[in-house]
Design a protein around this ligand. Sequence first.
Ligand SMILES: *[C@@H]1O[C@H](CO)[C@@H](O)[C@H](O)[C@H]1NC(C)=O
Ligand SMILES: *[C@@H]1O[C@H](CO)[C@@H](O)[C@H](O)[C@H]1NC(C)=O
Length: 353
Amino acid sequence: MASFLMLSMFLLVTTILGTSAGNFDDDFVITWGHGRGKILDNGQPLTREKFCLSPFYSHFQTKPMASFKSLISLLTLLTPLAISSLIFASAGNFNQEFEITWGDGRAKILNNGELLILSLDIVSGSAFESKNEYLFGKIDMQIKLVPGNSAGTVTAYYLSSKGSAWDEIDFEFLGNLTGDPYILHTNVFSQGKGNREQKFYLWFDPTADFHTYSILWNPHCIIFSVDGTPIREFKNLESIGVPFPKHQPMRIHSSLWNADDWATRGGLIKTDWSSAPFTASYRNFTADNACVWSSNGESSCKSSPSQSNAWLSEELDSIRKKRLSWVQNNYMIYNYCTDGKRFPQGFPVECKS
Ligand SMILES: *[C@@H]1O[C@H](CO)[C@@H](O)[C@H](O)[C@H]1NC(C)=O
Ligand SMILES: *[C@@H]1O[C@H](CO)[C@@H](O)[C@H](O)[C@H]1NC(C)=O
C-alpha cells in the first residue's frame, strides 16, 4: 500500500514536471543549422534521445514497481527538478512558441523547451522564428552571445513582417575578437524603408551570461531595452509624415550567420573557423503583454494582471528618459541622425524632432 502511494506521488511529480517545465520543442522550432542549434539541460547538451535514456527515466520505464527504496530515491531526485520547473513556468516554451527554420539541425531546442541554441560553422548558420505573428507587444528574450573569438559572426534578433513594404525592428549583435567589444546595431524599417541605424557598445560582456533584450512596440512608440534600460526610442511621428509600423503583424526571428565581409571593423577581421562551431543561447522568452494576430485578420491582446493594458500606451517617463540619455551619451557609437555625410540633402524628418 505504502509503495503504491509512493508510486502515485511519483507519477504526480513527473506529471507536474512534464506539464510545467515547458518545452522548447513546443514553443520553438529549430529551423536552421544541421544540429548546430541545441537545447541544453543545465548547460549540458541534451538531445531527446539522451533524455529518454537518462538513468532515472530508463529506470522508471523498466522497473516501475521496483522496491520501495528505489522509489524513494527517485522521488528525492525528482522533487527538486519539479520545483525548479515550476519556478520557470512563466517563461514561454520554445517548443510551443517557436519553429526552427534554417540550419539542418544546427538549431536545437533543449531542456524541455527552456533553452534554444543556435550554431554556426563553415557550412551553415541557423535560425528560428516565432509561430505567432504579433501586432504590438512587449517582448523579452534572454540571450547569451557567442563567446571567445566571435569576430565575423552576427546574431540577429528582430521582429519582421513580410512582403516588399515590410516593417522590421532589429537588434543585431556583431561579434569581435576575444576581449574586444561587441557592437549592438539597431534599426527600424517601416514600409520597406530602413536606414535608421543606431549602434552601441554594451556596459557588460554579453557573452559571459544571459541578458534581457526587449522590444516594446505599441501604437505610440518602439522602445529597445537592454536589461530594462532603454537604449533607443522610435516615436510614432506619422503626424509629420514618418511612416510608423502599426498595420503589419510581425514574427520574432533570430539567426546566427557569417557576415565577415562587413561585421567586425567593417569586414577587416574575418571569421576564424578554427573556433567553430559558434553558438548563441536563448532562454526565458516572455510575451505576456502582446497582441497575437490570427489568420482571420484579428488581433487578440493579452496583458499580465499587473500591467492591464498599460503597455499599449506606455512611453518613456522622465526617469527612463534619463537612463536613455545615459546610454546614448556613453555607449552610442553611431547615430544616423548625426551622420551629415550620409544625408547631404538634409536629415530624415524624424531626426529633427
Ligand atoms: C571590435 O573591436 C574594435 C577594437 O576595439 C572596435 O573598434 C570595434 O568597434 C569592435 N566591434 C566590432 C563589431 O567591430
Ligand atoms: C524571465 O523573464 C521575466 C520577464 O522579462 C523576468 O521577470 C524573470 O525574472 C525572468 N526569469 C529569469 C529566471 O531570469
